[in-house]
Design a protein around this ligand. Structure first.
Ligand SMILES: Cc1cc2nc3c(=O)[nH]c(=O)nc-3n(C[C@H](O)[C@H](O)[C@H](O)COP(=O)(O)O)c2cc1C
Length: 339
């Protein structure tokens, strides 16, 4: 297993940073279920430096997560440097810089993937970050801004020379947003230019494709985003598969129910009851989609679960949902199902 600074990863499948999804509870679950590394949601470095309460909450988690990786976004050297120092003080083992976010809100602030249009400015931010912290700095980017400017290899090499210790590349351009198919082979153009580890990202949805992704991208690790929606165990499964080549066992509904209830508990712990239950709805939606046998019933179960005002009742409805699916699956009377 490769190392970044003094950080050794458990395996070579990582959970991608996803704003609004990979909060502390989700990362704790993915981490507990075997992900080789998990990364915080993108934190605006200026907001972190100004101690914005919501940003500070996103930067929590050091006591649960090892390694603890914090991703920073920004366009200003001063804030990136200060953000990196604060992240280090909050326990970060690695500071990751975001140069991949395509959102208009982010690029109109000239951060995220907009930096790929201005490599000189990107390098100033990298320099400022690397200088500010003793921790390893890594960089996440796309193939380039558009197909005429596939400059990840150039930026990757300059980043390595500036002290960046690992590169994650999402195999799309900024202008593709999330359209089309991620091009794993194009990632290898950067891998050929640099000596630091490469993490390949984009559209990995089946464990058995992970070796091919590594090979085509010439990468040391894979990073998984959307395929972990409602399946926080998926990253760990890929990590294990890359170690031993064994297909993961199918997960029972009872097993999934326990994961969902654990997720709810972590949400309440992190956000408190009111916010925890509200934010959890998005995840429940994904869990239901993965477990429901008759999709026509999705709406009624959503209503039954989302309308609960107390977490105990919500947990009860979630349990009822899974019991009902177990019954359907076994075609067995409910009083005989041992749940
Ligand atoms: C909802 C959402 C939020 C995201 N937020 C971030 C982010 O905060 N930082 C980042 O570097 N990338 C972010 N991304 C991009 C992902 O990390 C990843 O590069 C992208 O989803 C492609 O991987 P996938 O096909 O496995 O999902 C986000 C993606 C999604 C779908």
């Amino acid at each position: 297993m490769f190392q970044v600074g003094d950080v050794t990863f458990k395996n070579s499948a990582f959970l991608a940073p996803m704003s609004g999804v990979t909060d502390v509870p989700f990362r704790r679950l993915a981490h507990e279920m075997g992900a080789g590394m998990v990364v915080s949601e993108m934190l605006a470095s200026e907001e972190l430096a100004k101690a914005n309460a919501e940003t500070l909450r996103k930067a929590e988690g050091a006591k649960f997560l090892k390694p603890f990786v914090v991703q920073l976004a920004g366009r200003d050297e001063k804030w990136m440097a200060q953000g990196a120092k604060i992240a280090e003080d909050m326990g970060a083992d690695i500071i990751d810089i975001n140069m991949g976010c395509p959102a208009r809100k982010v690029i109109s602030g000239l951060s995220g993937s907009a930096l790929m249009r201005d490599p000189d400015h990107a390098l100033r931010l990298i320099d400022a970050t690397v200088t500010a912290t003793n921790k390893p700095v890594t960089l996440k980017m796309r193939l380039g801004w558009d197909f005429d400017r596939l400059n990840a290899p150039e930026i990757g090499l300059r980043a390595e020379q500036a002290g960046v210790q690992m590169l994650t590349i999402h195999g799309r351009t900024r202008n593709q947003f999330y359209k089309g198919q991620a091009d794993w082979e194009k990632i290898s153009d950067t891998a050929k230019k640099v000596t630091i580890p490469i993490v390949a990202n984009g559209d990995l949805s089946r464990v058995e494709d992970s070796n091919m992704m590594l090979r085509l991208a010439n990468a040391q690790a894979v990073m998984i985003g959307r395929s972990a929606y409602g399946m926080p165990w998926f990253v760990g499964e890929v990590g294990q598969y890359l170690k031993d080549g064994k297909q993961p066992e199918a997960k029972s509904l009872q097993w999934k129910l326990e994961v969902v209830l654990r997720h709810l508990e972590l949400m309440l712990d992190h956000y408190g009851n009111f916010m925890g239950m509200r934010i959890f709805r998005k995840h429940i939606g994904w869990y239901l989609e993965h477990s429901i046998i008759n999709k026509d019933e999705l709406k009624q179960w959503r209503i039954a679960i989302f309308s609960q005002m107390e977490s105990v009742k919500m947990a009860e409805q979630i349990t009822n949902f899974y019991k009902s699916q177990m019954v359907k699956q076994c075609n067995y009377p409910i009083d005989k199902v041992g749940v």
